[in-house]
Write a new protein. Structure first.
Ligand SMILES: *Cc1c(COP(=O)(O)O)cnc(C)c1O
Ligand SMILES: [Zn+2]
Length: 418
């Protein structure tokens, strides 16, 4: 291991055991590992914004807390802390107040618009860090197990770098999904066999490919930056709650890790940590089920179909860690049925102008339920993380509007506006 590289030690949130990256990704106790960044977090401060400062682009603003270098710029951070390539375009997304979505006696709603990432989802944050690590460590191959946003994101982030991407998709992947991935020219392998087992099969220590899967340490590190940006934007205030859709539990884990680091840095007092509310689709809700049952571990479920296709992981590898995150922050894990998800998706578009995936709309559906149950008060600020764009699926059902002959247009417009 190159001794300039910082942050190669991994630690288990549950049992405290440590291991070295990249040899291991999961703890012997069965739980996923994340980078031990506590020392770096101890010295972390918000950096001064504006021109003339050494502000790095996008997620690299938080390079001090990422496993790719140090604030002195030694080692690999030099190669990633520049404005080069698509990895420099990940993150730094808008956080907007959306008063048009506030309901009577509901909380004040903020939207974190992750659809503005280069490939339209927050996955770019983790892919940027994963690919940068591979490049800085002379690894020729990065990979992922996905046929959705993560596949697109890893392929895009590898494009234009010295690393090549290999994407493992299920055998029955649709042509539309393949085309969306293939435009970035990764190697794509269709895998026959259990897709859930495949996740674990790719984490072997001597793999020639560095797999940046849903909740692997590099991905979780990069995805911490969503919450770091939210908290920095609110600073010195703090949002009362953050709501995000959850599938593998990688993003939820990363959000929790970020909040812990900010506490460690003294930037967040113990009594002001935002509550994490995690939302699943009712047809596939293993983490919400464990929460309802008061269970300590998340176990796999028999999943049904849901419109929220990006969050349909029936056996989430970071499920227990996500459950712990919700509980430790005083939040909860809930699930919402498809009709409420589609209503929320429509409401986000019609009343606020945001076009998101059904998976992302679970946040607003969740907020409505939480506020109905009195868990979110009218005086509270809540951030809904809009994880992914709806622009990729505009060809789904829906009625076509009327046809108006060109000659009749002005008459029709007068009727319309009359
Ligand atoms: C991946 C994804 C999620 C779920 O994130 P996890 O880290 O797997 O829990 C939510 N929304 C969208 C749009 C996604 O692509
Ligand atoms: Zn452990």
């Amino acid at each position: 291991m190159n001794d300039q590289q910082s942050g190669t030690t991994l630690v288990c949130y549950r049992c405290g055991a440590t291991a070295e990256f990249p040899d291991r990704k999961r703890c012997e106790c069965g739980e996923p590992l994340w980078f031990d960044t506590d020392d770096a977090a101890g010295d972390f401060e918000w950096s001064a914004p504006g021109p003339g400062t050494d502000a790095r682009p996008g997620v690299w603003r938080y390079a001090d807390l990422l496993p790719v270098g140090t604030s002195e710029g030694v080692g690999p951070v030099d190669s990633v802390g520049t404005s080069e390539g698509v990895g420099a375009a990940a993150g730094d997304t808008p956080l907007v107040r959306a008063p048009s979505l506030d309901a009577d006696a509901g909380p004040r709603i903020w939207l974190k618009d992750e659809t503005e990432n280069p490939t339209g989802s927050f996955k770019d944050r983790g892919s940027a860090v994963g690919v940068a690590w591979a490049a800085a460590n002379d690894r020729e191959w990065v990979g992922t197990v996905s046929h959705g946003n993560m596949a697109i994101s890893v392929a895009a982030n590898a494009a234009g770098t010295d690393a090549r991407a290999v994407v493992l998709v299920p055998e029955d992947v649709s042509a539309e999904r393949l085309a969306a991935i293939a435009q970035y020219d990764p190697d794509v392998l269709r895998i026959a066999g259990d897709y859930g087992d495949l996740y674990y099969a790719t984490l072997e220590a001597d793999s020639p490919v560095e797999f940046v899967n849903s909740d692997t340490p590099l991905r979780v590190a990069g995805q911490k930056t969503t919450a770091l940006e939210i908290c920095e934007a609110f600073s010195p205030e703090v949002p009362d709650a953050i709501v995000l859709p959850v599938s593998s539990g990688g993003h939820a884990s990363a959000t929790w890790k970020a909040l812990r680091e900010l506490q460690h840095a003294g930037l967040l007092a113990a009594n002001e940590v935002p509550r994490l509310y995690l939302v699943q689709a009712a047809a596939c809700d293993p983490i919400a089920e464990a929460h309802r049952d008061g269970a300590d571990e998340v176990t796999s479920v028999e999943a049904g179909e849901t419109v929220a296709y990006s969050i349909a992981n029936a056996d989430p590898p970071s499920g227990t860690r996500a459950l712990t995150a919700a509980r430790e922050t005083g939040g909860a894990v809930l699930s919402v049925p498809d009709d409420e998800i589609l209503d929320a998706k429509a409401e986000l578009a019609r009343n606020a102008g945001f076009c998101v995936e059904p998976a992302s709309a679970t946040t607003l559906a969740g907020i409505r339920r939480l506020s109905g149950a009195g868990e979110l008060g009218a005086d509270e600020s809540v951030v809904a993380v809009l994880t992914g764009t709806g622009f990729r699926e505009l060809d789904v059902e829906g009625e076509k509007p009327e046809v108006v002959p060109l000659e009749g247009l002005s008459a029709r417009l007068r009727v319309l506006t009359g």
